[in-house]
Design a protein around this ligand. Structure first.
Ligand code: OXD
Ligand code: MN
Length: 602
């Protein structure tokens, strides 16, 4: 196939990879429907995909991964900057020369018997001043089809790139070469010790080997749009964040734009597609996972969603929890590690109905209520099972979601999954305090990463697995951005939807009811409501959080909003220990904020 570009850097890179990986053929992707259909047909024929019932789930396909390849692998993810200090204490580091040597050996001949696909894609609307071009080389047709949904894959990208334009090279291989005559497996991948998800920030380069799953393989997402982009953003004075973006509209039609950072699998997709329960207030979705933000000439921070689709956690998604996500994946979608029912539809735990009979994600017969030999409930879908769905199919997608200029952000929200200590909502006393809140955000672990074992982990700005450089320098970048925006900076809030009472019962109903908390934030931005000062920040005065129609007892509400100075004081030493890891690089504002909090708690 002749290359559809004259870009010298791109041609040289593709030739170099072809020589190293020795695929049987090279295919340049164009992002067309016929390309997608052809690859899907091939994968159905080879047995790696199942075509779902056209009437129930049109143009949709189910895949099961290898049981060893079900999530991002943080222990095998590397920031190979020149020095270990550049990567910082929150990242795994290997010297880039050594890592390249190791990986070159793995890449040598790794695409034998396979096709090498070259995927030109844009993160952000093609040609937007905030967008970036990436080129992913992969030997996985599953990755190509997912990239079609998650990014803008098109010939137009090569036109915008032109002969000399810059792009971010993203090399991916499943790491499973085929000998002549060898039959392929449905989900090829390499064993864990050969998996490497490597980033070379000084070269804006991504090398991924051995995994075909999600963020390990769809390199536009976590690798490019967060790890590499966060480093570019620091150098170029903008922000790449692990944030959903939504527009909230009040009954008078005033629009507020909110960007919120929660760790993986803590409800970003649910919040992004929230169905407001307050009459007259409405939410529209702009993005559910990543925000790229630049200060525009009006002095405000404008955000785009660099992605084109949703790669959402499936289990728990139901008509009750997130009807808009369900509608988004009602057709033209890919499902990974879900149950396929006997009718040819998909199913997962807490989807809102029973599965009478089907095949689980490991290919075994399954029905709801099944028990294993020890009497334990069997799960049909993997807890990190995913749907890949076009964002344009979301019924509440914002009409401006593809505005190349982005939307001006009014509010930042941080949070995590905390069953104790942290109240439903509090507001930062200042930008510096807000940065401290984001930098010390902590959460109980979820299923989105394979190898997180701690009970509670600090996950600064929900970026612990995604910041492509030293997190202390990243905090400094946040302080700097605030100073640049001055009084035009977004207001900062912290939420916790997950608090439980002593009997283990959730204190807050969450989901659509979270609109009540967002409404209070919008009213704070407009100066419509005052707040009461507590040691940890500003909280709603009695009666200001709209609870009309909500069945929550005064005792539960009091517990939900409780700030127990003792519990917070206990956390201070954990925070201090965690901040010590950053040594001299920690911005002095962080220590001042810690001391100020300590004083307020005394
Ligand atoms: C994701 C994640 O897939 O954060 O979005 O793990
Ligand atoms: Mn995410």
């Amino acid at each position: 196939m002749t290359a559809p570009t004259k870009n010298k850097k791109l041609l040289a890179w593709v030739a170099e990879v072809e020589k190293m990986c020795t695929p049987d053929r090279v295919v340049w992707c164009e992002g067309t429907k016929s390309e997608y259909d052809r690859l899907m047909n091939q994968m159905v024929e080879s047995g790696s995909a199942v075509r779902l019932n056209e009437k129930l789930r049109p143009n949709s396909f189910a895949f099961n991964s290898d049981p060893s390849d079900v999530a991002r692998v943080e222990d095998r993810t590397y920031i190979a900057s020149r020095t270990k200090e550049e990567a910082g204490p929150t990242n795994n580091w290997i010297d880039p020369v050594e890592l390249k040597k190791t990986m070159r050996a793995l890449y040598t001949g790794c695409m034998k018997g396979r096709t090498m696909y070259v995927i030109p894609f844009s993160m952000g609307p093609i040609g937007s001043p905030i967008a970036k071009i990436g080129i992913e080389i992969t030997d996985s047709p599953y990755v190509v089809c997912n990239m079609h949904i998650m990014t803008r894959v098109s010939k137009k990208v090569l036109q915008v790139l032109g002969d000399d334009g810059e792009f971010i090279p993203c090399l991916h291989s499943v790491g499973a070469p085929l000998e002549p005559g060898q039959k392929d497996v449905p989900w090829p991948c390499a064993p864990i010790e050969k998996k490497y998800i490597a980033h070379f920030p000084e070269k804006n380069l991504i090398w991924s080997f051995g995994s075909g799953y999600g963020g390990n393989a769809l390199l536009g997402k976590k690798c490019l749009a967060l790890r590499i982009a966060s480093n570019m953003a620091r150098n170029e004075g903008w922000m790449a964040e692990h944030m959903l973006i939504l527009r909230m509209i009040n009954p008078e039609g005033r629009k507020y734009h909110i960007a919120a950072a929660f760790p993986s699998a803590c409800g970003k997709t649910n919040l992004a597609m929230l169905q407001s329960t307050i009459p007259g207030w409405k939410v529209e979705t702009i993005g559910d996972d990543i925000a790229w933000m630049k200060i525009r000439p009006d002095g405000r921070l404008h955000a785009i969603n660099p992605e084109y689709g949703f790669f959402g956690v499936a289990p728990g998604t139901s008509k009750a929890s997130n009807p808009m996500a369900l509608a988004s994946c009602s057709k033209n979608s890919i499902f990974t590690n879900c149950v396929v029912t006997s009718e040819g539809d998909i199913w997962w735990e807490d989807i809102g109905c029973e599965c009478r009979s089907g095949t689980d994600w490991k290919g075994q017969p399954f029905h709801s209520g099944m028990k294993d030999k020890d009497g334990r409930a069997v799960k049909g879908a993997h807890p990190n099972a995913r749907f890949t769905a076009p964002a344009s199919q979301c019924p509440v997608i914002c009409p401006d979601w593809e505005d190349p200029e982005g939307v001006p952000i009014d509010i930042f929200i941080f949070g995590g999954r905390r069953t104790t200590t942290v109240p439903l909502v509090h507001e930062a006393l200042s930008w510096e305090h807000g940065v401290f809140m984001g930098a010390t955000a902590a959460s109980e672990p979820t299923a989105a990463a394979l190898d997180v074992k701690q009970h509670l982990r600090f996950d600064p700005f929900a970026m612990k697995p995604f910041c492509g450089y030293n997190a202390a320098d990243y905090f400094a970048h946040w302080f700097k951005m605030g100073a640049r925006m001055d009084d035009k900076a977004p207001r900062i809030f912290y939420v916790n939807w997950f608090r439980k009472n002593k009997d283990g019962k959730w204190l807050w109903p969450g989901f659509g009811e979270n609109s009540r908390v967002l409404k209070w934030m919008c009213e704070r931005v407009d100066g419509r409501v005052e707040a009461r000062e507590t040691p940890v920040g500003l909280m709603p005065k009695d009666g200001d959080l709209d609870l009309k129609g909500l069945n929550i007892s005064p005792d539960d509400y009091a517990e939900l909003m409780k700030v127990d100075a003792g519990l917070y004081r206990n956390m201070l030493s954990d925070i201090a220990d965690y901040l010590k890891e950053f040594g001299d690089r920690l911005p002095s504002q962080m220590t001042h904020q810690l001391e100020a909090l300590r004083k307020r708690l005394d």
